[in-house]
Design a protein around this ligand. Structure first.
Ligand SMILES: C[S@@+](CC[C@H](N)C(=O)[O-])C[C@H]1O[C@@H](n2cnc3c(N)ncnc32)[C@H](O)[C@@H]1O
Length: 339
């Protein structure tokens, strides 16, 4: 069910956001979402199962329905006979947002309040976010930023796992450029036992990759190469190279240049992989925090690009067999000609 609300109705929901989240959290805690998702289930059955009052539950379910998350079928005057079914994936989505490891909750740690109520000043350039450097500057900022990045890697991990044999079966060495603390590379190595991966990142990240190597048991296959991709060419000797949530940090011209550097560095026949949140209404909505917060951080460009930007760029640079592999986040892949 896709519901497009009027601006007036959507704003009413936004204003009621904290109450809506209270409803969803309670529904999760009560186990209601486990029953509603396979549904349909009658109100009287649900109420008896949970030991709650049917009329109160009816209103509670109206709150969830108003969010577009429930199908409801009324049956005459007896509200007990009303049946409900939740949209697929609701329980997992609520758990992801309110449960442990929630990226939404993690973002509350960033000093977004500095902009709140002062956006006009920020737009005029009179105030900026203080205490958040991009790229990170101090060891503490680096550790905090990469920890937070690793927390949000779930969809990329799922995507590389899903396409693991297609991606890596004929590859020997992967360079994960701007590869954070090595979490993604470690997951790739889990499913490709013949592969070796090096994270290329700013030198300050070295201890974090060392910790990942230790924690994930890839002491002989997960390496680190410290460097700055603006200061020197990318290291050579790799038949696979990835940019995961890296290119979207930079303006178009810089992203183009980085892809050209990757082409130059890759071995003939080399694979390039690009993964990030390609622009769609869903991704833009889930990116809301960064769109807001980064208004006050000029050094971060934060471009949520359509996937076509990259497929066209890869062809333009000389790669062939450009493909978009499906996933919660898609993977864009392409190959450098063998000669
Ligand atoms: C948005 S994070 C993404 C990290 C990781 N790939 C992920 O998806 O979790 C961008 C990464 O680019 C790295 N980076 C930024 N500027 C860099 C530079 N000039 N040279 C190398 N790495 C850089 C950062 O340290 C960070 O690890």
């Amino acid at each position: 069910m896709t519901v497009t609300l009027s601006p007036r109705a959507l704003m009413s929901l936004l204003v009621n956001g904290p109450r809506a989240m209270d409803v969803l959290r309670t529904a999760l805690d009560l186990g209601l979402l486990d029953t509603l998702e396979p549904g349909p289930v009658r109100l009287d059955v649900l109420a008896a199962q949970l030991g709650v009052l049917p009329l109160r539950l009816y209103k509670f379910l109206d709150c969830i329905e108003s969010l577009g998350f429930l199908h409801r079928v009324e049956s005459g005057d007896d509200i007990g006979a009303t049946s409900y079914r939740a949209v697929p994936g609701l329980r997992v989505a609520v758990d992801a947002v309110v449960g442990p490891g929630s990226t939404e909750q993690d973002r509350e740690r960033y000093p977004w309040q500095q902009l709140h109520g002062r956006l006009a000043e920020s737009l005029r350039g009179e105030i900026s976010i203080d205490g958040f450097a991009w790229p990170p500057k101090t060891a503490a900022q680096t550790a905090e930023f990469e920890r937070s990045m690793a927390l949000g890697l779930g969809p990329a991990i799922q995507a590389v796992r899903r396409h693991s044999s297609r991606l890596w079966s004929d590859r020997r060495r992967l360079l994960d450029v701007g590869g954070g603390d090595g979490t993604l590379a470690a997951h790739i190595l889990d499913s490709a036992s013949h592969l070796r991966a090096d994270v290329f990142n700013l030198p300050a990240v070295a201890p974090l990759v060392a910790a990942t190597r230790e924690a994930r048991g890839h002491s002989d296959r997960l390496g680190f190469i410290g460097g700055d991709f603006f200061a020197s060419p990318l290291p050579r000797g790799y038949d696979a190279l990835s940019f995961v949530r890296v290119l979207h940090d930079w303006p178009n011209a810089v992203a183009r240049e980085l892809v050209r550097h990757a082409y130059a560095a890759l071995e003939p026949g080399g694979l390039i992989l690009i993964c990030e949140e390609f622009r769609s209404p869903d991704r833009l909505a889930m990116q809301f925090f960064w769109s807001y917060f980064l208004i006050g951080v000029d050094s971060s460009v934060s471009r949520l690009r359509e996937v076509a930007f990259y497929t066209e760029l890869l062809t333009e640079v000389g790669f062939h067999s450009v493909a978009v592999l499906p996933g919660t986040w898609e993977l864009v892949t392409a190959y450098k000609p063998t000669r």
